[in-house]
Ligand binder design. Structure first.
Ligand SMILES: *[C@@H]1O[C@H](CO)[C@@H](O)[C@H](O)[C@H]1NC(C)=O
Ligand SMILES: *[C@@H]1O[C@H](CO)[C@@H](O)[C@H](O)[C@H]1NC(C)=O
Ligand SMILES: *[C@@H]1O[C@H](CO)[C@@H](O)[C@H](O)[C@H]1NC(C)=O
Ligand SMILES: *[C@@H]1O[C@H](CO)[C@@H](O)[C@H](O)[C@H]1NC(C)=O
Ligand SMILES: *[C@@H]1O[C@H](CO)[C@@H](O)[C@H](O)[C@H]1NC(C)=O
Ligand SMILES: *[C@@H]1O[C@H](CO)[C@@H](O)[C@H](O)[C@H]1NC(C)=O
Ligand SMILES: *[C@@H]1O[C@H](CO)[C@@H](O)[C@H](O)[C@H]1NC(C)=O
Length: 573
């Protein structure tokens, strides 16, 4: 486990040299293989040979090669940005934007600092987070006691045995607006849901809850929930209350440790979400029931990371035994209890943060509500049924959220920040475009040390969350906790709590093919809008924080459970 296998090593060393041609190479590699998921044995030599051949032929023609995207942004904000080459029509303020653009001929972004200062009082003075940010700012330079590398070196090597078969850009790109439409459709069309084989009182309870949520009393303002963050505050508030009042979860007792029922080993690192959720779910006083006949949901308590650590055969490039292990489990519970058969698993759910989890949970698991970090609507994530699990990087189980906070807008002097390994096809493109440009306000790096990483997050206006090997990245939650507006460059990534949160109100979604326009897009966001987004980011933080022992209302544990509950309720007809 301690060492990368040879293929990986060779590829990673060379990838620095070849990263220029990597993207076109990957496109072709994938076309040749026509396979996206199964790890394939490729020796270093074959890979290098192909890189050379392909590189020669294709050179830097990545963008000609980029497949046709069926981008229909609807009336999403992104489509405005895409025209930001001078003909921009902004819903916000045409005059302001025009002047921004006239003056944005790659001037340092700090020219707007004065404007920012005057606006931020208005927006931030009533924000309790301002004080918190300032407090933590004093500590900023001495924070970061945790190294980026978790103590357990295995945890960080996300892809140590992973296939080198890196995905290509998706053929179909689905915008956030479209995802929201998919969600609505799924929740309003009885054809999409499985009819239970026999009735149960829980179905009636769920239908009642559904009616109550749909007829929620209008809530315009709330002391703890900041209305602009949500698609519909009234709906969320009502649904959450009903969850607290009604929801009962039955945890299947079957399953052997350590893959099942053992969260303790999974509380740190980038897959920690599944450990934290399992621990809090299995010890929940409020939601657990021992009587399966009163359960609205059945929890399958396994860890996809532990599954990989314990069962993956080094260098085998095969996940067959892992899939088999999980299928045996379904055979076991479906023969032990009638509950699986009643709905064919559609009232069962699990949380899984490892990249392989989507591929491991096809077949019988496809009916389940799958809560996945790797939430890729371009693969087989079903919006409205499945739930996007936030990937949280936990450095210390004693302090799962780290030292959150960051500078106020006027003290954020860097326009955009990114740092990370060159995983996947997007990051090499990002770095090729932005790492060596003259604009000093674009801080786009390869991997940097953790202390600097945190400092940049606290001092930047926008933090780029670029897709790695897969669509998800711990940067989304990190950005939020450090008060940096997330800029998500990961086509088809379904952001967490899509059911509830209006992501476009506090994050920027940049299509992968717009990477060359990244700076233009960010500069064209009016200062007033930026300050508003920054405030919303600080308001949304509580939904992304873990709490030990006793989870707190509206925290990340409850939000994950709420999304599962919400999809369950709205798929009951
Ligand atoms: C801006 O881009 C749009 C389409 O992307 C194009 O039609 C238009 O001519 C461009 N305008 C300028 C000034 O480059
Ligand atoms: C748009 O911005 C300009 C310049 O900042 C300002 O004078 C004008 O009042 C704004 N218009 C609206 C509708 O906010
Ligand atoms: C903006 O930055 C430039 C150089 O980076 C500096 O010369 C200038 O004084 C700065 N302006 C403000 C308003 O901070
Ligand atoms: C720094 O953080 C520690 C705890 O993390 C806190 O006790 C201390 O008061 C903080 N210092 C400042 C200057 O905010
Ligand atoms: C939110 O949902 C409630 C209940 O369905 C509805 O009455 C209200 O109009 C919705 N609000 C918005 C802003 O869509
Ligand atoms: C559930 O269905 C499967 C296959 O249809 C069957 O083998 C199993 O015995 C059923 N379980 C129960 C508890 O009836
Ligand atoms: C852009 O996003 C903001 C915030 O969610 C929203 O108010 C606005 O209507 C959106 N613009 C369009 C054109 O959809």
């Amino acid at each position: 486990m301690g060492k990368l296998d040879k293929t990986n090593n060779c590829f990673q060393e060379r990838s620095v040299v070849f990263n220029r041609n990597l993207s076109s190479f990957q496109v072709v590699m994938d076309q040749i293989r026509g396979l996206r998921f199964l790890g394939q044995a490729r020796t270093c030599r074959v890979v290098l040979l192909m890189v050379l051949v392909v590189a020669l032929v294709l050179g830097l023609q990545y963008f000609e090669l980029a497949p046709l995207s069926i981008v229909s942004h609807g009336n999403g904000n992104v489509s405005e940005f895409r025209e930001s080459n001078g003909t921009t029509k902004s819903a916000e303020n045409k005059t302001f934007l025009a002047s921004q653009q006239a003056s944005s001929g790659f001037k340092p972004y700090n020219s707007t600092t004065k404007v920012l200062k005057s606006i931020e009082h208005k927006f931030l003075n009533d924000s309790p987070k301002t004080e918190a940010s300032q407090r933590s700012r004093g500590n900023e330079t001495t924070s970061s006691v945790h190294s980026l590398q978790p103590k357990n070196p295995r945890i960080h090597k996300k892809h140590e045995e992973s296939q080198r078969n890196i995905k290509k850009p998706p053929l179909v790109v689905i915008s956030i607006t479209q995802m929201n439409n998919m969600l609505w459709k799924r929740h309003n069309d009885p054809k999409n849901s499985l009819k239970p084989r026999w009735g149960s009182k829980v179905d009636e309870e769920l239908k009642t809850a559904r009616d109550k949520i749909k007829n929620a009393a209008l809530v315009k303002k709330d002391d703890t929930l900041y209305a602009p963050l949500y698609h519909n505050l009234s709906i969320f508030k009502r649904s959450y209350e009903l969850m607290e009042q009604t929801l009962k979860v039955y945890v299947h007792a079957e399953g052997d440790r350590p893959i099942f029922h053992q969260p303790e080993a999974m509380m740190e690192g980038i897959y920690a979400s599944e450990g934290w959720f399992m621990k809090l779910m299995e010890s929940s006083h409020r939601f657990l029931t021992k009587d399966p006949t009163e359960a609205h949901l059945f929890y399958l308590p396994f860890s996809s990371r532990m599954l990989q650590l314990k069962l993956y055969v080094h260098d085998s490039h095969s996940r067959r035994n892992l899939v088999k292990y999980l299928r045996n489990y379904i055979d076991l519970i479906s023969s032990n209890h009638p509950f699986w058969n009643r709905t064919l698993g559609s009232d069962h759910f699990f949380t899984a943060c490892h990249d392989w989890a989507p591929a491991e949970t096809r077949g019988p698991y496809m009916n389940c509500i799958r809560s996945l970090c790797n939430a890729d609507v371009g693969v087989d994530f079903v919006v409205g049924k499945d739930v996007s699990l936030p990937e949280t990087k936990v450095s210390s189980a004693q302090n799962p959220n780290g030292k959150i906070g960051g500078n106020r807008p006027s003290k954020r002097t860097i326009l955009a920040f990114f740092a990370g390994n060159l995983h996947g096809y997007v990051r090499p493109i990002l770095l090729n475009h932005w790492s060596s440009r003259p604009e000093p306000d674009m801080k786009i790096f390869n991997r940097i040390d953790h202390k600097s990483y945190i400092r940049y997050m606290k001092r930047s206006r926008f933090c780029v969350c670029a897709k790695g090997y897969e669509v998800n990245s711990p940067r989304v939650v990190e950005s939020i906790l450090y008060g940096c507006v997330p800029v998500i460059i990961s086509d088809n990534f379904v952001p967490p709590f899509l059911e509830i949160l209006n992501w476009e109100s506090f994050a920027v979604f940049v299509p992968e093919k717009e990477i060359p326009n990244l700076r233009k897009i960010l500069v064209s966001i009016p200062v007033r809008r930026y300050v508003e987004m920054h405030k919303r980011v600080s308001k949304v933080q509580k939904h992304f924080m873990w709490h030990d022992d006793e989870p707190v209302r509206y925290d990340i544990f409850h939000m994950i459970l709420h999304s599962v509950w919400y999809n369950r309720v709205f798929q009951t007809f």
